[in-house]
Design a binder for this molecule. Structure first.
Ligand code: HEM
Length: 208
């Protein structure tokens, strides 16, 4: 069987959601097995941040990869990957509000003013919100395809906030190697996206 047909199978999307849940299940497993190291709260905070960033990289890769590999079926997974990124961002924010700040909202407000990497992360999260909230078919119908597409171009701003957040967080330790790797990956996908758009100027990307 052609592997591309597998992507069109009715259960392929469900399988995709299961794969996206694996890091979360792994975190839960490690938490209950007590294998998260000396500081489990920090490990969870970092892993959820890392997975948000990885899934952001992946969601930006979908459109260029569809064209480069001539696999239009990949579009079926773009929404679930985007929602996966949002899910890990929510967990990441929850870890911060709970473990770092004990749900003290005035402390969070003070921290937002005090530490630039916190407000940059929050800005990234705020940009993700409208994308996640308008990801359903009903929202596409409500907004209309054109407006939906314009709104969802916000996704191209997200890497900037995410990377600045990561960069600033690592600045204290002067440890930027991973930040540069992610920046390079984002740049590759952004240029690939521009290249695709240039080759097919009149072809609109499908909404779903
Ligand atoms: C687009 C949204 C976000 C992304 C992609 C993101 C990504 C990341 C990444 C990659 C790290 C470093 C993990 C590591 O060192 O391996 C991190 C750390 C951190 N982020 Fe975020 N973040 C986001 C939003 C936020 C928000 C909204 C907050 C809180 C307001 C936040 C608070 C933190 C904190 C406190 C750390 C340090 C964790 C520690 O060292 O214990 N992030 N984030």
């Amino acid at each position: 069987m052609n592997w591309r047909h597998l992507l069109l199978r009715p259960h392929a999307k469900t399988f995709g959601y299961v794969v996206l849940a694996l890091p979360f299940l792994w975190m839960l497993w490690a938490l209950f097995q007590d294998t998260l190291g000396a500081n489990p709260a920090e490990a969870l905070s970092r892993s959820t941040g890392d997975w948000t960033l990885r899934l952001l990289c992946l969601v930006l890769a979908v459109t260029p990869l569809r064209h480069i590999t001539r696999t239009p079926e990949l579009i079926r997974f773009r929404r679930s990957i985007g929602l996966g990124a949002f899910f890990y961002a929510c967990l990441h924010l929850l870890c911060y509000a709970w473990f770092d700040q004990g749900f003290e909202f005035d402390e969070i407000a003070k921290d937002l003013v005090k530490r630039p990497f916190i407000w940059l992360g929050m800005l990234g999260f705020v940009f993700m919100l409208p994308l996640a909230l308008t990801s359903s078919n009903a929202a596409v119908r409500w907004l209309g395809g054109k407006r939906w597409q314009i709104l969802h171009r916000l996704v191209y701003l997200l890497p900037a906030f995410a990377l600045l957040h990561f960069y600033w967080m690592r600045a204290g330790k002067n440890n930027f190697a991973e930040v540069y790797v992610y920046a390079a990956v984002f740049l590759v996908w952004l240029f690939a996206r521009l290249w695709v758009a240039k080759r097919q100027p009149n072809k609109k990307a499908p909404v779903v």
